[in-house]
Design a binder for this molecule. Structure first.
Ligand SMILES: Nc1ncnc2c1ncn2[C@@H]1O[C@H](COP(=O)(O)OP(=O)(O)O)[C@@H](O)[C@H]1O
Ligand SMILES: [Mg+2]
Length: 614
């Protein structure tokens, strides 16, 4: 959804609010900077007077606005009383010192302003990033199925920086240049209202022209952000999938995709600049027109004796000095459009709501059963599970089997409440699981899936992950249960060995055993295994399978197994076909029945004996 700026401001405001104090300080420093800048130009007139010898300053015309003339009168008074002396050389010396001091103050103000701004900007970006990260972790699984990971990454990195540079940072710029513009305008008015009106009249033409470009710029800005997200996605997929990329030899394909996307980004950036670059061009042209107009009108006034030469020179200096701040302000406003596009992305993510609404009941210890009652579920299109009912009693092991795509993993996801059923309920000891607090409900489970996610940390920390209170004994015990102790003890630093990014330094079988240790370290009430051995070679599979069998002693578990030999001991086997349970019973009962299970079994047995012969 696209937001208007008016809608965006209140959404971003909470992140800025804690920094309003700093923003005030930054504005103050920038105000000092602008004032000094103006003083540097305002000193031009006294210099001219001193060098070319005119006596008193001319009084400002009575029609001039109070602020401008007051400021100028005060400044002139200061200059003529303190700096300009009777002696010519004293005046020159005083003026030199004065200008030097002005520049020092200006430099210090700019420096301080910068430090304060960075403190403020980085602080705001940090809180936006933190909020986005919290939001991302809070969202339900369907969000991640919908969104590309790279887009989310790009949002947190690129969009947040663009949002800052194009808005928070721009605000400071606009304030600094804006106050400069106002002070200059006041001074200009103090010198000659007529000439000022002429200048403003001409420059307004440019501003109106520029106003029309903002819509275009916002659209182009959005395209730049999305082009950036595209190449970030490719980068992320290639790095995460580098094994696949290399094994398939598709490096050049990925390179081509990436370079095409970066080229696309460059094209978008260029297109954006072609329009945004017009802004200063148009602006400068009108500025020069204004200057020429004033020069012409001022020249006539000078000839008619209506204006002092030193005043006209100061006026032109001021007007010239005004051009750059105006150009900067206007270009900044043009560039803000890209930031607004980025802010739109950020706000959209912040407004995402998890599709799973958590309750607040904390489940007590599992005593009787987890029951699935007449459950139907669909991801959106057709139902993936249909009228599924079964009960997992405490201490039982249930196995789910069935062809790939028959809905087994989805069933486990529903037990963990990654999704809510379309109809039907799941009850934990008789209570609808939707009433539970999500985190404490999920802590009842230990899950081992096909692909284990390990973190770049030590063996011990990977096992104790999510169980902050784990002590060495817990970790060792879990490793022993998972048959991981022997290999861990052979690692260079045993439990303190770092396992590398995503556990790359371990074999597949070792990773799965760590996953099992992680699942059991908390002594969860229910264990879920989803084809935990399917990615392994025969030897590792055997070892991991032994580990699983040991783990299952006296525990409650649901196992999805692609290899039927591993589930002969299950208390019950549920056979899934296209989302329905078509058969249910023990291994022996199902075999003698001669149905789907018996067929699956026969097929696998045939395959296995072929394997052995070859
Ligand atoms: N996130 C998802 N969005 C849409 N459809 C999905 C999603 N995950 C799985 N499916 C579909 O649901 C069906 C069951 O998938 P799954 O539960 O993974 O089967 P199994 O684990 O038995 O192989 C499949 O047709 C699959 O294409
Ligand atoms: Mg599956």
């Amino acid at each position: 959804m696209q937001h208007t700026v008016r809608q965006l401001i209140p959404k971003v405001a909470p992140f800025v609010r804690p920094y309003l104090g700093l923003m005030g300080l930054s504005f103050l420093a920038n105000l000092v900077f602008s004032l000094v800048n103006a003083a540097v130009l305002a000193v031009v007139e006294p210099i001219f007077r001193t060098l070319f010898g005119a006596s008193a300053p001319i009084a400002a015309a009575s029609t001039t606005p109070a602020i401008g003339s007051g400021l100028k009168a005060w400044f002139d008074g200061f200059i003529y009383n303190v700096v300009i002396a009777d002696q010519f050389f004293d005046s020159i010396r005083n003026l030199s010192i004065f200008i030097f001091v002005l520049f020092i103050i200006r430099g210090v103000a700019k420096y301080l302003g910068r430090i304060i701004s960075v403190r403020m900007e980085e602080g705001i970006m940090k809180s936006i990033r933190d909020a986005l990260f919290m939001k991302v972790t809070a969202l339900s699984m369907d969000f991640f199925a919908r969104k590309k990971t790279g887009d989310v990454m790009s949002l947190l990195t690129n969009d947040v920086s663009v949002l800052n540079s194009a808005t928070v940072n721009s605000l400071t710029t606009i304030w600094r240049e804006g106050t400069t513009i106002l002070i200059y305008l006041a001074l200009l008015l103090a010198i000659s209202p007529t000439l000022t009106l002429i200048a403003i009249g001409i420059s307004l033409g440019g501003l109106i022209l520029i106003r029309t470009t903002t819509g275009v710029l916002r659209r182009y800005g959005a395209r730049m952000q999305s082009a950036q997200a595209n190449y970030t996605s490719t980068l992320q997929e290639s790095v995460l999938g580098i094994r696949v990329v290399k094994a398939l030899g598709i490096e050049s394909t990925m390179i081509k995709r990436f370079t095409d996307q970066t080229s696309h980004y460059v094209r978008m950036a260029l297109r954006n600049t072609r329009i945004s670059g017009l802004v200063p061009l148009v602006n400068d042209t009108f500025g020069i027109l204004a200057l020429v107009g004033v020069f012409y009108a001022g020249g006539s006034a000078l000839a008619a004796g209506e204006i002092q030469p030193s005043n006209l020179v100061t006026f032109l200096f001021l007007l010239f000095g005004l051009m750059q701040p105006i150009t900067t302000t206007v270009s900044t406003i043009a560039n803000m459009q890209r930031g607004i596009a980025a802010a739109d992305n950020v706000v959209n993510l912040l407004e995402e709501q998890p599709s799973i609404a958590a309750g607040d009941v904390v489940p007590s210890t599992f005593t009787t059963a987890l029951s699935v009652k007449d459950l139907t579920f669909s991801y959106g299109d057709g139902p993936v599970l249909r009228n599924v009912s079964f009960t997992l009693r405490r201490g039982e092991t249930i196995a789910l089997v069935g062809a790939s795509g028959s809905g087994k993993s989805t069933m486990l996801d529903l037990l963990l409440r990654f999704y809510d059923p379309t109809s039907g309920v799941i009850e934990f000891d008789g209570t609808d699981i939707r009433t539970f607090d999500l985190v404490s409900y999920r802590k009842q489970f230990g899950m081992v899936s096909q692909e284990t996610i390990l973190f770049n940390d030590t063996v011990a920390n990977n096992i104790s992950l999510g169980y902050a209170d784990a002590n060495d004994e817990n970790i060792r015990r879990a490793a022993r249960i998972a048959h991981a102790e022997t290999f861990i003890n052979q690692l260079p630093e045993t439990y303190q060995t770092s396992i590398g990014d995503r556990g790359m330094r371990l074999s597949g079988g070792q990773r799965q055993r760590l996953a099992i240790a992680r699942a059991v370290v908390r002594d969860p009430q229910i264990l879920l295994f989803d084809e935990a051995t399917s990615a392994l070679d025969t030897e590792s599979e055997r070892i991991v399978q032994e580990a699983i069998s040991d783990v299952l002693q006296d525990r409650t578990a649901v196992i999805v197994a692609h290899r039927l030999s591993t589930i002969v001991n299950a208390d019950r086997i549920l056979v899934f076909e296209q989302g329905c349970i078509v058969e249910e019973g023990t291994h022996d009962a199902l075999l003698s029945r001669g149905g789907v299970y018996a067929k699956l079994h026969a097929m696998q047995y045939a395959n296995d004996s072929t394997d052995q012969r070859s």
